[in-house]
Each structure stands twice: as C-alpha cells, then as structure tokens.
Design a binder for this molecule. Sequence first.
Ligand SMILES: [Zn+2]
Length: 267
Amino acid sequence: MKERAGIGVFGGSGFYTLLSNAREIKVETPYGAPSDLVAVGEIAGRQVAFLPRHGKSHHLPPHMINYRANLWAMKELGVERIIGPCAAGSLQARVQPGHFVVCDQLVDRTHGRKDTFYDGPITTHVSFAYPYCPQMRGLAVDVIRQAGIPCHDRGTVVTIQGPRFSTVAESRWYASLGWEVINMTQYPEAYLARELEMCYVNISLITDYDVGLEGQPGIEPVTHESVLQVFAANNERIKQVIHAMIERMPAERTCRCGSALEGARLS
Ligand SMILES: [Zn+2]
C-alpha cells in the first residue's frame, strides 16, 4: 500500500476538516471491510489516518461495527498510535457533561462481539491489565489541561453492548462500583489495538448523566437529543486537542505497547 501513516484517529465525521491533502482509500482486510474509507492526510506535518468508527453517514450502531477490520486497516497503513475519542455518559456527579476523561481502566459488559485476532492455532493470551498507553495518556492530559478544558486524568469506562441505554438498576450498580464513564465502543476497540501492539488512548467526552443521578432532581436521564447537543459543543474542542496532541507527539515510543505479544504465546 502506497499511503502510510504513523498515527490513527477514530472519531466522528467532524475530524475530516483537520486533515490537509487528504486522500480517501479503500483498505481490504482479512476480517472484512472497515467502517468506511480511510482518510490519510497531514496534521502538523505528520501523516495521520482517520476512520469514522460509525461510518461517514453514521450507519453502524456500536454493536455492528467491525472492530477487527477497523484496527487491522490502521495497522496495514503503518499506524503505531491511535487516538480514540468517544462520546460517553457519566456515572458520577463530579464528572460533568462537557468534561473530558482520559480513562485508565475499562470494564467489558459487551457480548458476542468479535474481539480477538487470535482464534488459533497458536494460543495467545495478551495482557490487558492496563488497557491504555501511559505515554499517550500523559500527553492527552497535558494538552487538555492547557486548552483549559475540565479534565479527569483517570477514570474507569464500562462498555455496554447497546444499542439500548442502561436501566436504572444497571446504572446504579455500575456507579456503586465507583466506575466513572459509560460507553458502547471502547471494547473491543482498545483491546484489539493492544493485540496489534499499537498504543491506544481514549478521551471520553462526557455528554450526559447516564440515567440521571439519583437524589439529584433536575438531572435528567439521557436522551439521544441531549447527547447530540453536548457532543456538538465538544466537537470543536476535541479537534483542537487532537491537533495539539499530534503536534507534540514524541517521535519515539517509551511505553511497552509495542512489545505486547512478548511472552503472550503458548507453543
Ligand atoms: Zn504505548
């Protein structure tokens, strides 16, 4: 493949405007088609690949996304580091709509998703104790704070299957465990990046309080409309953050994401 990119971004279709000299390319993978064409262009002098995870026209709900094809397409293009912002709900009062959370932990509550490249014959167990790249997380927190955006430098995201939102009982359960963020796409996206030894960082853009917060009248349960309103406001800010992250991304990786498969294979 002629086009190469070192950095990948998954996100909403607003990101197209960040890329200069962009070309859209069709990438074939052994796992089928990615969510859409991949746009490869330049940001701050670096080659960046962008893929809207729900497709350009947002036709793929979270449980129908071909995560394996999306991650494989990035790898195919030479991507070593992925920035994966997403809209998310808050499970805690202190994490407010409009805040950004740079998650450090993840809980998988999805089911039936194709979530590994290692179906055999070589048995491979990859460590996912620390799901997110520490080097990229540090950079994201610095950049978000410098932009004056309220930022939580850690948080646990629970990924639910969707497309439905949670019940009150489910949301109460997640909140009682101390988890901060709820979303439908972080798993297996973040994990599949690890299987391909790519760095991955999530920035959760808080759009709503999941089912509302109990005992706090006035805080309403999530609706699709309220999510869209806050997401639009977040869109400009996240573009600014991604641009600054790419500008400041160190040339060398100092983390261990690039050797995630060492010792993972049983043979
Ligand atoms: Zn890393």
